[in-house]
Design a protein around this ligand. Structure first.
Ligand SMILES: Nc1ncnc2c1ncn2[C@@H]1O[C@H](COP(=O)(O)OP(=O)(O)O)[C@@H](O)[C@H]1O
Ligand SMILES: [Mg+2]
Length: 636
């Protein structure tokens, strides 16, 4: 084969300004929604209280953003269209602690290079408004109240190739609305209106600091009804008395209950210091808080707000500023995870009139694993449940328990697995009126699967195995912590293998095994190098001694590669305990007495996360009298 001819020599030249802007525009402006985001950013930075977006043809023909902010002084108008011209930062210090949405000074220049732009503005204290034509640079006087309007016409007219990448007007419009929605969720104090082709398509009134109201307006009343409040902040002082000044963090907002999870991740909003971001650390942290209560493929819904020292987060990572980099991502991960977990832990059964199934027909159709389209159908079904398949573990580290929990005596566990029919319960069954019990008074057992109970709202149906499984699981987790002591590192009992199991490993596996010797030991695993490309498993957890040692080792190593060690240890523990809980929970078809059923209901009311079983399915549903009336067409 002939070598290709060398390319012809071409001189190095500086690019013309217009071309530089067009190249930069490629990074910032992908579609009309990107322009909308930048212009609304600017309006908010200018202190606007009312922002109106007008669109034509999904934003391709016209995007106009009108605000009542501080405006731009006439003398500064021409500078606004220049590249790297900004009023928001002036030195490196400002950049490192930036608190405005913008700071790069490139948006207007970039947009002006690929569309027909104009700015109309009247600054505070000025009696006149001016219009600057972005194409001709002409400045003329116009009439306008205080504030700014930026008009962007014929997007990509000068770069037709990029125009071809645009989707239908309806799709572009949807993206534009989504862009404003993200801003609106961060700023409930600002009013937003969106017009398309002369018609109002969205309008959100200003509601001061009332985030809940804004969430309901933007995401629907259902989001509010099916979510719980998050409010968490780091301790100001460390245990040793040293100050945490500068490391303070606050996480707040709302997370959807597991029942509200969706097939798509389209209702996940994360904000860092008021800026909407897409960040792996944050999404992973939020998802991991659902690990224990949500089925694998389902996507939780949430709007989470993180506030932290701006010097501890770098927002200058990407031209669109949608990505950030945290100085200490581990700290952020833990904060978000804890905040979310705390919010989710309290059983909603505690709150009388719990919202979980205020509409059981709709709620039931959202259940992933066992779709029960409606109640009549659900009640007719007599599912054949074998814990082996229905409750099979979903996680890559599948621990199969052969014997008892290491370090626990079998008799302790047996005691745990009994329905709690202690005298304490009996005194409770005797007196209080049923309306005091959120989950009501047990009436009967149905087909050996469900407990039927009556509360103030109507009927409560409990999946007895699923509910008991959660209770046992939570109890095991607590016992484990109590027994081991919080400070001490948890350790799973280990058993050496008579013949080490060897396997050919990748470089990454060998490195992970070497780097995480202690973590592996805590998990009851001993893995060491046998030769440069072979690892040997020398010990495995006692409870898993009969299993496939190599498969176990590999899955743990791959987990350790992907996540930090403490997450893996915590997860492996929970995995092990969950499997045991499943084996320990009451089986279907076991007859329970009314006292036993009531005891189970009371336990559920007290137990954290008891609204879902360990696999994220609901443990109970309520059918209100109104729902029943509807079912029987009463009162029509
Ligand atoms: N709606 C507006 N109200 C007041 N000033 C604005 C507005 N939009 C833009 N500006 C001014 O124009 C400058 C340039 O805007 P832009 O190109 O988006 O860069 P940046 O927002 O990064 O500063 C801003 O710094 C600001 O001073
Ligand atoms: Mg800007």
């Amino acid at each position: 084969m002939n070598a290709p001819a060398p390319p012809p020599r071409r001189p190095i030249r500086e690019l013309p300004d217009a071309l530089i802007s067009q190249i930069a525009a490629g990074e910032v402006v992908e579609r009309p929604a990107s322009v909308v985001r930048e212009l609304v950013d600017n309006a908010l930075d200018a202190g606007a209280q009312n922002i109106t977006l007008r669109l034509q043809a999904g934003g391709v023909r016209l995007i106009s953003v009108e605000d009542d902010g501080m405006g731009i002084l006439p003398g500064e108008l021409p500078i606004a269209f220049k590249r790297h011209a900004t009023s928001k930062i002036s030195d490196l210090n400002d950049l490192e602690s930036v608190s405005t949405m913008g700071f790069r000074g490139e948006a207007l220049a970039a947009i002006n290079s690929i569309a027909d732009c104009a700015i109309l503005s009247r600054a505070t204290g000025q009696s006149e408004a001016f219009l600057l034509d972005g194409r001709t640079g002409e400045l003329r006087q116009v009439a306008r109240a205080q504030g700014t309007t930026v008009e962007v016409k014929e997007l990509f007219y000068s770069t037709p190739a990029r125009r071809k990448f645009l989707k239908t007007d309806a799709t572009e419009l949807a993206h534009c609305i989504e862009a404003v929605r993200r801003h609106a969720l961060a700023r409930p104090d600002v009013a937003f209106a969106i017009w398309h082709e002369g018609k109002v398509v969205e309008q959100w009134r200003a509601c001061g600091g009332d985030l809940d109201r804004r969430l309901a307006d933007v995401l629907g009343a259902d989001f509010l009804a099916r979510s719980v409040a998050v409010e968490w902040h780091s301790a100001d002082q460390r245990a040793d008395g040293s100050s945490q000044e500068g490391r303070r963090m606050r996480v707040w907002g709302r997370v959807g209950i597991p029942d509200a999870a969706r097939a798509r991740a389209d209702q996940q909003f994360c904000y860092v210091n008021g800026r909407f971001v897409r960040d792996k650390v944050l999404t992973h942290a939020a998802r991991s808080a659902f690990e224990d209560v949500l089925h694998g493929q389902r996507q939780p819904i949430y709007a989470l707000y993180l506030e932290m020292d701006p010097t501890r987060v770098d927002v200058n990572v990407h031209p669109t500023k949608i990505e950030v980099r945290f100085r200490d991502s581990r700290e952020v991960h833990q904060a978000v995870r804890h905040a979310t977990e705390d919010a989710l832990a309290a059983p909603r059964a505690q709150a009388a009139g719990a919202v979980v199934a205020s509409n059981p027909l709709a709620a039931a159709s959202e259940v992933p694993v066992q779709p029960a389209p409606n109640w009549t159908q659900a009640l007719q079904n007599t599912p054949q449940r074998t814990p082996g398949n229905l409750y099979a573990s979903q996680s890559p580290i599948a621990f199969h328990v052969q014997e008892s929990l290491p370090g626990q005596r079998v008799s302790d566990l047996a005691a745990l697995w009994q329905p709690a029919d202690s005298p304490r319960i009996e005194t409770q069954t005797a007196t209080p009126p049923q309306s005091d019990w959120p989950l009501g008074r047990a009436l009967a057992q149905l087909q050996g699967i469900y407990i039927l109970a009556e509360n103030a709202q109507g009927l409560v149906v409990v999946d007895m195995h699923a509910a008991h499984e959660r209770i046992v699981y939570e109890r095991l987790k607590n016992q484990w912590t109590d027994a081991e002591g919080k400070a001490q590192t948890h350790r799973i009992a280990s058993q050496p293998l008579l013949i080490p199991a060897t396997f050919a490993c990748s470089d990454a596996e060998a490195a992970t095994a070497e780097a995480h010797v202690d973590t592996l030991r805590a998990l009851g695993l001993e893995i060491s190098a046998f030769s440069p490309r072979t690892l040997a498993v020398r010990a495995v957890p006692t409870t898993l001694a009969q299993g496939d040692a190599v498969a176990l080792a590999r899955s743990v190593l791959s987990e350790l590669e992907q996540h930090d060690a403490s997450t893996v240890v915590q997860r492996a523990h929970n995995e092990l305990l969950a499997t045991m809980a499943c084996h320990g929970a009451v089986r279907a078809n076991r007859r329970l007495t009314l006292d036993e059923m009531n005891a189970l209901l009371r336990d559920m009311e007290r137990t954290e996360r008891s609204d879902q079983c360990n696999h994220g399915r609901p443990t109970w549903r309520s059918v209100t009298i109104a729902d029943l009336d509807k079912l029987f067409l009463r009162g029509r």
